[in-house]
Design a protein around this ligand. Structure first.
Ligand code: 8GP
Length: 837
């Protein structure tokens, strides 16, 4: 407020205030101005990269005008805001989405054409913002889109990694990781060098009593690192609301480097502090579903939580409201346990800095936080070593112990006869060394805990948090089934399908209300509609075939059945089951007479996804896929009957090409392991069917689209324990066709079998934890059914159209409304007016 321009000068200000482009001409003028001035290029010197840069800068100006208006509006209205804390936001490209959301598709397309460029070429110049590993990070990105579209006042908070998830190259069939330096040119971020926070690490805690006898804790003598804010505007679709994603970058607290050391000639030492500080936000940890317990990761978590909370508290304090109003102004969602340190951090702020009493501080904290769990797999649940937390965050460890003490007293009072429960639910695990169970801290410090699909939320309640359901009652635990944004995953990825639907529904309103899709079921028998729907699928397959040829050098026939599995490579997701099935298919084809082969449905099996760099088994799965591809794709007997393609470097922008091209996609995790899955939703929404296990959101997809329109197979989650038990006691028989697959691998058909030994042994000798052998038979039987079903193209088309029309439930808009109502208790704020009034 102190920095505002005096009333008498505001007239001039208003007159010259930035205006947004509206017409094609105005758009072109902006693009040319940026190319000629911001970029210092000319029409003699403008390639597609420069055209992209100019277009992006023009769009950025437009977004920032609306961003400013939205933020002013929110400051005046001061509503309750949502803060989504996520260490990952897998945003992908921004330009196409920005153009769509501000409703300038036609303007931009025409304007660029007049300037001599094709929109697709310009858009494809952009690098993905790949600040995430997989599902969890992409979910966060879909949520930002929905929050803005539905006009919720919301901020995302994350780290500004200098390196996102690594780029994957395939060399001799093996994954090689290449750093992803994506910040060379990033027009979408605004550095806020004036918005900084000092973050403390290490040091010690001094306690004393003040004059009134109250105990005071002071955390002192630590090391300070500076957090600098970078903001990225998040436009809503068809609304002026433009929210903010704030990313924190780490810097040395004393500016550039240490001059004393520099002047003393210690050049290396003089920059060492600076480099150490900058390391904190340097790189995204590339592990998906595995907790590695590294100190730098803990530093990242605290750095980001502390900076974000400081920012949130600073904004709250401007309103001069009483502390008890905090949970009425602020809802903080913890995306997995990564931001759990925000709980003791808020306690520290309230107790040590603001002087509140424990009970009030704790009540405020619990009311403020909600926690989303994304996995029940034990290896993914974070546990930090107590000595490490003690060393890095001494005050927080005390607070965690205090929280635990209060909590255990409460449990003891509630269940006096069950003393063994105390050890089970304690935040501190009595291991060597002791460890802090972050998921328990998150449950205890939040007022709501949710899973991400119905089955998963049931498992959350009955397995990992069973005791907590008894302690707090069932209402604290809820479900919000995941969703996806139809803007990116239908309209952007599949513009022709979106246009076809719009032509029948009288406009694009379904992109804001996906339930309207149900109206296209009325066209399931409409000849013209069916023809166009099928033509679109074929064109999308052709596009992927062209891409495959261009990038992987493999020719595939778009008339084949396209079978796609793209996601992180993990044993629980069972790409190994898929590739064993492919080998089985290959062996069957080899045995057939040429006559019989003519009757076979040709198929292309596409795979894509990254393996965590330290995950040997996952890397061997990638290698096996590539080796099988090498043999099968070059086998003259087989020709087009079977092709195997590993699509290198799967990411968001590639998913936009891959997803619309499937006939079948694979979601085949061991039952009970995949919390939800979101690519399953994307594929069906784009007119592909699913082969899947009864796991995660597959179950709800089945409920929505009907059992006839999905191919389910395999054991159920309630049988998993028994099956594992049988394996443990060697009480099982390997299916003969799977045994043949293993023999073939061992015989060297796909090159040196050495690298694959672990893969086969894990199933044959080491208990087959993911139950590949138990589900193999029903998997290949179901694949046969699919081949048969696909031959009846008419019936297949009916299935796909029906399924699309029933996917309305899986919009992330529905999720966000559920979170808003059940967990956050926030309301939308009407978007700002055009003149900013
Ligand atoms: C994923 C779950 O595996 C997936 O089922 C779910 O759809 C998605 O989250 C969104 O809820 N989990 C992760 O991506 C994950 O745990 N990532 C690790 C990097 C933390």
């Amino acid at each position: 407020v102190e920095a505002s321009v005096p009333e008498s000068q505001r007239e001039a200000w208003r007159k010259f205030s930035a205006k947004e482009f509206k017409t094609t001409e105005e758009f072109e003028a902006e693009v040319v101005r940026h190319i000629e001035t911001t970029l210092a290029r000319s029409l003699f010197n403008c390639d597609e990269a420069a055209a992209y840069a100019g277009t992006a800068l023009a769009l950025r100006d437009r977004l920032i005008i609306e961003w400013n208006r939205t933020q002013q509006q929110q400051t005046f209205a001061d509503p309750k805001r949502v803060y989504y804390l996520s260490l990952e936001f897998l945003m992908g490209r921004a330009l196409d989405n920005a153009i769509l959301n501000v409703g300038m598709k036609d303007v931009a397309e025409k304007g660029l054409a007049e300037l001599g460029f094709r929109m697709e070429d310009v858009i494809s110049q952009e690098r993905d913002a790949a600040l995430g590993n997989g599902g969890l990070g992409r979910l966060a990105a879909c949520f930002l889109d929905s929050l803005a579209t539905l006009n919720y006042p919301a901020w995302g908070y994350a780290l500004r990694y200098r390196y996102g998830i690594f780029r994957q190259e395939i060399v001799d069939g093996y994954q090689v990781e290449v750093p992803d330096y994506w910040l060379d040119f990033n027009p979408w971020e605004f550095p806020r060098h004036d918005v900084t926070v000092d973050i403390q690490f290490y040091g010690s805690v001094r306690k004393y009593r003040d004059d009134s006898g109250k105990q005071i804790s002071v955390w002192e003598n630590g090391e300070i690192v500076k957090a600098v804010a970078y903001d990225a505007p998040i436009p809503g679709y068809g609304t002026r609301t433009t929210n903010n994603l704030r990313l924190w970058s780490s810097k040395a607290s004393h500016g550039e480097f240490d001059f004393t050391k520099f002047n003393a000639g210690e050049y290396e030492a003089s920059v060492a502090d600076q480099q150490r500080a900058e390391t904190i936000s340097a790189v995204l940890y590339p592990n998906d579903s595995l907790d590695r317990g590294k100190e730098l990761r803990l530093k990242q978590q605290y750095f980001w939580c502390a900076a974000s909370l400081f920012d949130i508290v600073r904004r709250f304090k401007k309103s001069k409201k009483a502390w008890k109003e905090f949970p009425n102004q602020v809802a903080i969602q913890l995306n997995d346990t990564h931001p759990t340190l925000a709980i003791p951090e808020l306690m520290r702020i309230l107790l040590d800095l603001e002087g509140l009493e424990w009970d009030e501080a704790w009540q405020i904290t619990q009311m403020t936080f909600g926690y989303t769990n994304h996995t029940v797999m034990p290896e993914a649940l974070e546990k930090w070593s107590v000595p490490l937390v003690q060393h890095l965050l001494p005050r927080h460890l005390q607070l965690i112990y205090d929280i635990n003490f209060q909590f255990l007293q409460f449990v003891e009072r509630s269940f006096p006869k069950e003393r063994e429960m105390l050890g089970r639910v304690s935040i501190i695990e009595e291991s060597e060394p002791k460890r802090v169970r972050m998921a328990y801290l998150a449950v205890i410090g939040s007022h709501k805990v949710n899973g991400v699909a119905e089955l998963h939320s049931d498992l959350v309640r009955t397995t990992i948090f069973k005791d907590f359901v008894r302690i707090y009652g069932p209402d604290k635990f809820t479900n919000v089934t995941n969703g996806i944004t139809p803007r990116r995953w239908l309209h952007q990825a599949n513009p022709r399908l979106s246009a076809l639907i719009a032509s029948k529904l009288g406009g694009h309103e379904f992109l804001r209300d996906l339930n309207l899709l149900h109206k296209i079921e009325a066209y399931v028998d409409d000849k013209e509609f069916r023809k166009e729907f099928q033509a679109i699928k074929f064109a999308n397959k052709k596009r992927l075939a062209d891409y495959t040829k261009e990038v992987q050098g493999i020719t595939v026939d778009p008339h084949s059945l396209f079978d796609i599995q793209v996601k992180r490579i993990h044993e629980y997701k069972r790409q190994q089951l898929n590739i064993f099935g492919v080998i089985h298919r290959y062996l069957e084809l080899k045995e057939m007479s040429p006559e019989d082969r003519k009757k076979v449905q040709p198929r292309v099996s596409f795979f894509g996804g990254k393996a965590a760099p330290g995950y040997w088994m996952a890397k061997m799965v990638i290698h096996l896929i590539n080796q099988v591809g090498k043999v099968v794709n070059n086998d003259k007997d087989i020709g087009d009957l079977l092709k195997v393609v590993f699509l290198e470097d799967y990411n968001v922008s590639k998913a936009e090409i891959i997803t619309p091209a499937s006939d079948i996609s694979e979601h085949i995790s061991t039952a009970g392991t995949e919390a939800s899955g979101t690519s399953n939703m994307k594929f069906v929404l784009n007119g592909g069917l699913i082969i899947g296990t009864c796991d995660g959101a597959n179950i709800e997809i089945t409920r929505e689209v009907g059992e006839d329109n999905i191919f389910l197979f395999g054991n159920l989650s309630e049988d998993v324990d028994d099956l594992r038990h049988h394996h443990f006691y060697g009480d099982f028989q390997l299916d003969p066709s799977l045994k043949r697959v293993f023999d073939t691998i061992r015989s060297g058909t796909f090159g040196d079998s050495g690298p694959f030994t672990g893969l086969v042994d894990s199933i044959v000798d080491h208990g087959d934890y993911y139950l590949v052998s138990d589900d193999f038979k029903s998997y290949i039987d179901t694949q046969k059914l699919i081949d048969e079903a696909y031959k009846d193209q008419d019936a297949w088309l009916t299935k796909t159209i029906t399924a699309v029309s029933r996917m309305g439930f899986f919009s992330s808009d529905r999720c966000i409304d559920e979170y808003a109502e059940m967990i956050w208790n926030v309301e939308p704020l009407p978007p700002p007016k055009e003149n900013g009034a």
